[in-house]
Design a protein around this ligand. Structure first.
Ligand SMILES: *[C@@H]1O[C@H](CO)[C@@H](O)[C@H](O)[C@H]1NC(C)=O
Ligand SMILES: *[C@@H]1O[C@H](CO)[C@@H](O)[C@H](O)[C@H]1NC(C)=O
Ligand SMILES: *[C@@H]1O[C@H](CO)[C@@H](O)[C@H](O)[C@H]1NC(C)=O
Ligand SMILES: *[C@@H]1O[C@H](CO)[C@@H](O)[C@H](O)[C@H]1NC(C)=O
Length: 429
């Protein structure tokens, strides 16, 4: 009796908390169309029947909680009831996450985690480049942002214009700041003004080697540099960020590992992952220009790239401009930093064997491979449902085909049977 009471109490307790968190999410209707240009909105467009939306619900409540102190209002629209809203924003799938700021609309395509959605919103909430005026602010920015770009100098001149335009283009994907030499002080190694830095893993890296006299070229260099540097040195690669990583036009060097249900990597795989990471950590200067390292634990994603069941742990290198991939000949257990470095050299001078790509045949094979794996995993999860879903229509379809196209075969079959009977009769005789 006591335990039952306890459970009831506990349930109420949880429900209470879930409710206060959920109440931060504003339930919007058709009237949202009148007010969406006022202020800033982070809105989830959902449908009640969509499973992905249900999974996003608790995360959305946390996002709203996190952004409560900001001037971003967090809401959601049931698009099956308020179809005018869905039409106005041209919603094609559920859930769709939009950030609305005046006339501007940004669609979120990253991973649906609280951290990533909150960061996305905070990047978009201010102007593309935010000013840092106090030296102490750096510590907070370093802590919360982890990775940011920094322009040191006055807000004028060619480099500033280009930096500002680039920041505008990449605002959904990275934080951009501007500050002055006296404020930056000991935080970044400012040698000349103006200059640009990227901060990641506790280090400021300088953007150097540019030519001020050729503006078009300078624009392209800054743009490409920001595009390539906006990732941490060894990120986790997921469905949410792989498309962005492909835009770097570098080779993606991925440690393929396995994760359990609570996203912990097994200890033996951890060792392998750290070993791969050590290659880029120790030799950043040598490799980071052409190679983006990272790790991946999503088997469907990596298998569909490799078009095979990738062993875990293992290593795969993807050419992001051609979608070819390279896999070392050595057994994964024999891989060490030295072997990996040799492998990367072979890839650089294009002597390593390559697989896959984006040809028509490869794409057909990839679709077939994905269909097969989807079917296989459905079969593992629920064989009866899979049979009913695919078996019955297939059976009907083949029966219809059989009936329509092959009446002769039916007759021919009968004849054969008769013949067989005849021969058996003969034997008996
Ligand atoms: C910068 O580019 C201009 C024109 O392309 C060239 O004449 C000049 O030598 C370059 N300067 C440096 C330092 O590379
Ligand atoms: C700067 O370069 C990028 C990439 O090459 C390009 O997309 C952008 O339009 C350029 N901007 C200007 C102002 O030329
Ligand atoms: C990818 O492959 C193409 C064609 O072989 C090559 O030119 C390019 O350098 C490779 N690497 C990257 C990072 O695109
Ligand atoms: C490519 O690089 C590897 C490793 O450094 C080297 O052994 C090989 O001779 C190179 N091949 C060519 C064609 O340069």
């Amino acid at each position: 009796m006591v335990s039952v009471l306890k459970i009831v109490f506990f349930n109420c307790f949880c429900a209470f908390f879930a409710n206060t968190a959920a109440s931060r999410v504003i339930e919007l209707s058709d009237r949202f169309l009148d007010i969406h240009k006022e202020g800033q909105w982070l809105v989830m467009m959902y449908a009640p029947w969509c499973a992905h939306c249900k999974r996003l619900d608790p995360i959305w409540a946390h996002v709203a909680q996190n952004l409560y102190a900001s001037n971003i209002r967090v809401g959601r629209v049931d698009c099956t009831r308020f179809t005018a809203v869905a039409q106005h924003f041209k919603i094609r799938g559920f859930p769709t996450i939009l950030f609305l700021k005046g006339e501007h609309k940004f669609t979120y395509n990253g991973d649906r985690t609280r951290e990533e959605i909150v960061k996305f919103s905070l990047r978009l909430t201010g102007p593309p480049v935010q000013e840092i005026t106090k030296s102490e602010s750096f510590d907070m920015v370093k802590d919360t942002q982890g990775l940011y770009f920094l322009y040191v100098g006055e807000r004028s001149g060619h480099l500033w214009d280009i930096y500002h335009k680039t920041a505008d283009a990449f605002q959904p994907h990275a934080f951009f700041y501007q500050s002055h030499p006296a404020v930056v002080d000991k935080h970044a190694p400012v040698e000349k003004v103006p200059s640009i830095f990227v901060y990641k893993e506790n280090v400021h890296y300088n953007f150097g080697g540019y030519n001020h006299s050729d503006l078009d070229k300078l624009n392209a260099t800054v743009y490409n540099w920001v595009n390539a540097e906006r990732f941490s040195t060894f990120p986790k690669v997921t469905r949410g960020n792989i498309n962005q990583l492909f835009l770097t036009n570098k080779y993606l060097v991925l440690a393929v590992v396995e994760e359990n249900a609570v996203e912990d990597v097994a200890p033996d795989m951890l060792e392998f992952r750290d070993m791969v990471e050590s290659v880029i950590k120790k030799q950043r200067e040598r490799y980071h220009q052409h190679f983006q390292f990272g790790w991946i634990a999503n088997p469907e994603l990596v298998n569909s790239i490799a078009m095979m069941e990738m062993p875990k742990p293992s290593l795969i290198v993807i050419n992001t401009s051609t979608s070819h991939h390279h896999i070392p000949d050595d057994d994964p257990s024999k891989l060490n930093p030295h072997v990996i470095e040799m492998f990367l050299e072979h890839i650089r001078n294009e002597t390593a064997p390559r697989y896959g790509g984006n040809g028509v045949l490869v794409q057909i094979y990839r679709s077939w491979f994905e269909m097969r794996t989807t079917l296989a995993s459905m079969w593992k999860g629920n064989p009866i449902l899979t049979m009913v879903l695919f078996g019955l229509p297939a059976l009907f379809f083949s029966l219809i085909c059989y009936g329509v196209c092959c009446p002769d075969i039916l007759d021919a079959g009968d004849e054969e049977e008769e013949e067989e009977e005849d021969s058996s009769h003969m034997k008996k005789d």
